[in-house]
Design a protein around this ligand. Structure first.
Ligand code: SF4
Ligand code: MG
Length: 324
């Protein structure tokens, strides 16, 4: 499997009146062809900003990619022109968000929106594009697709809207699908169905997925490889088995413990104490130290670097400094 996306030392900052927010601070990660990368962390850890940086969706000002490379399909997207990015967006790279109502236009039918995406990026006339739109709606498991194609977004349930969104995202056979909390707004049963659908589509199309979530349960079901982010930095990275079998970073351990356990009223009992630090007032040393039960003196002074502790398992924590 070749590398499809490789982010190297990305820094995306926001210049506000109150100071500089380092939303993405020296992040490196990569996604192989056909792979699902889970990007995990609490909200405000820089996951979405990393994803938005890929497609140049960062509002500028106040945001700006200040450093780093985003190599996609052999090309550095940080250097691409707006025109080049427009050709890639919705074509080679598609995005789905948590709440499809924000990405689907309420005044156009579902079909119109899928057809527009197809006509824009593929050499197809409207009639053919409409057939393809209906096929896509069928593919994502929408019943009566030939009627739904003429429905407006508000006429569909939340789960059906998310399916329609996925149909639109997949209509141009993207090489990379960025899914930002795709199931968070849905109830548990619908969530499971949407995850099944995404896994199915991935297996059929070999599309790579960057799956952004705060939910390690979703990661366990979907991801091949996992990146854990905290306060704009990658704090741990490994394949999915390793992350669950041998988690190392105290933040990852905290996330694993705060995962709600089915049939047990444990939700929130074990959640990590404290909050993500104020980005305008980051602590010295390890950003996690005010919340870490294992913090040592060095943690309050020195920021730990992301180091390889064993094959393909990297962690940024002073506890593992000795390990080589
Ligand atoms: Fe905790 Fe120190 Fe590791 Fe940070 S570096 S996670 S404070 S032990
Ligand atoms: Mg987010």
């Amino acid at each position: 499997m070749g590398e499809l996306l490789s982010i190297k030392n990305l820094k995306t900052y926001f210049y506000t009146e109150d100071g500089v927010i380092k939303a993405v601070d020296d992040v490196s990660l990569s996604i192989r062809e056909g792979e699902t990368l889970g990007v995990v962390g609490e909200s405000g850890c820089g996951k979405s900003i990393t994803a938005m940086s890929i497609l140049k969706l960062i509002p500028n000002p106040p945001g700006k990619i200040v450093d780093g490379e985003i190599i996609f399909d052999g090309k550095d997207l940080t250097k691409a022109t707006d025109e080049e990015i427009r050709k890639i967006r919705g074509n080679k790279i598609s995005v789905i968000f948590q709440e499809p109502m924000t990405s689907l236009n309420p005044v156009f039918t579902i079909g119109d929106q899928i057809i527009e995406a197809i006509v824009l990026h593929q050499n197809m006339n409207k009639e053919k594009a409409r057939e393809k739109a209906i096929d896509m709606l069928k593919l994502v498991g929408i019943p009566r697709a030939d009627e739904v194609v003429d429905a407006y977004p508000h006429e569909l349930s939340g789960g059906m809207r998310q399916r329609a969104m996925i149909a639109m995202a997949m209509a141009c056979n993207p090489k990379l699908l960025i899914a930002d909390e795709p199931t968070t707004a849905l109830d548990v049963t619908i969530q499971a169905q949407i995850l099944d659908l995404m896994r199915d589509l991935k297996n059929k199309t070999n599309t790579s997925i960057m799956l952004i979530t705060h939910d390690l349960g979703v990661v366990a079901e979907m991801a091949d490889h996992v990146v854990v982010m905290y306060a704009g930095k990658v704090v741990e990275e490994a394949n999915v088995y390793e992350i669950f079998k041998n988690p190392m970073h105290p933040y990852t351990l905290g996330l694993l413990e705060s995962k709600p356990i089915l049939n047990q009223d444990k939700d929130r009992l074990n959640s990590i104490p404290g909050q993500v630090p104020n980005p305008l007032n980051m602590p010295e040393g390890c950003y996690f130290h005010p919340r870490c039960s294992k913090a040592m003196d060095i943690c309050r002074r020195e920021q730990p670097e992301l180091c390889s502790v064993k094959d393909g398992h990297r962690v940024a924590c002073h506890l593992y400094r000795e390990v080589k």
